[in-house]
Design a protein around this ligand. Structure first.
Ligand code: RP5
Ligand code: MG
Ligand code: MG
Length: 275
């Protein structure tokens, strides 16, 4: 996990302090560094209290805490002498929660709807391998291409959250009438029939801090086994935290938010698709 820190920008995103520079030898919490004293930063909205954030420092770590899952996919994380959870990827140069609502793991889900790219009904082959495409979004916050995704809400599992985020970000489901919503859900029923977990774990997200980090459940729904490609007849309408929704061709040069490129690569290898 200590390698999943490439996206930690020196200044915390969207108006935060500058992170303390961490030498390689001091990434791990097990390397003593008594003088380490990073800036403590949590955005005001979270400190003022919002439904999606912890109201106080929890005590039930590494377990289910009521409706909140405080487990990590990577085993038990450490708690420091003051009672703060420690990022399993090591020091990040900033303490507090930054923009993340939960202490420790902030569970997210990503929805990866894929098909093999076709031209005139024929699969596009590159170097003898089929080219994969997925439905992506352009994020409103960073302008980067990404999977539709977001944080898991109360009572949801990763599958449900992935599906909900897809409908919000790619089809603006919250803006549709009840009737339009039903029609869309019927159209997409077969798409969401069979989801496969591609990756469950830590994501290299620029919002991560010493005490709060994102782990995702990335679920793939493939259109290739289905009788017809329903998306041929549906128009994307980006919503929520997405500015645009589009099919994205996958190869080694694709540029994606956070850890999404390494996640799509897992799928490419599994499907033996072009990279
Ligand atoms: C990423 O942040 C996750 O993989 C997921 O795509 C996303 C969740 O955050 P929001 O889209 O809700 O900002 O690290
Ligand atoms: Mg969202
Ligand atoms: Mg999102």
């Amino acid at each position: 996990l200590r390698n999943l820190r490439n996206n930690l920008t020196s200044t915390y995103p969207f108006g935060g302090p500058t992170r303390v520079v961490i030498p390689d030898s001091k990434i791990d919490w097990t390397s003593p560094w008594p003088e380490y004293s990073p800036p403590d930063f949590t955005i005001k909205a979270i400190l003022n209290g919002v439904a999606w954030a912890d109201a106080q420092l929890p005590v039930k770590w590494n377990q289910e805490d009521g409706a909140v899952n405080r487990k990590s996919h990577h085993g038990n994380y450490l708690i420091d002498a003051e009672g703060y959870p420690l990022n399993p990827a090591g020091r990040t140069g900033l303490k507090g929660r930054g923009r993340l609502g939960r202490w420790a793991t902030n569970h997210a889900a990503d929805c990866i709807i894929t098909r093999f790219k076709k031209e005139d009904e024929t699969v596009c082959m590159l170097e003898g391998k089929p080219q994969l495409q997925f439905i992506g979004i352009i994020r409103g916050d960073t302008g980067e291409a990404a999977f539709p995704g977001g944080f898991i809400e109360f009572g949801e599992d990763g599958m449900a959250a992935a599906k909900r985020e897809f409908l919000e970000e790619v089809f603006s489901i919250d803006d549709l009438t009840e009737e339009e919503r039903c029609t869309l859900e019927v159209e997409l029923k077969n798409v969401f029939n069979k989801g496969e977990m591609v990756y469950e774990g830590y994501v290299d997200d620029h919002r991560n801090t010493d005490n709060a980090w994102i782990e995702t459940e990335a679920v793939n729904f493939s259109l290739d086994g289905l009788a017809a490609d329903v998306f041929k007849n549906l128009n994307f309408k980006a919503g929520s935290d997405a500015n645009e929704a589009l099919w994205i061709d996958v190869d080694q040069n694709v540029k994606l938010y956070a850890s999404h490129k390494s996640i799509i690569k897992i799928l490419v290898e599994k499907l033996n698709a072009y990279w």
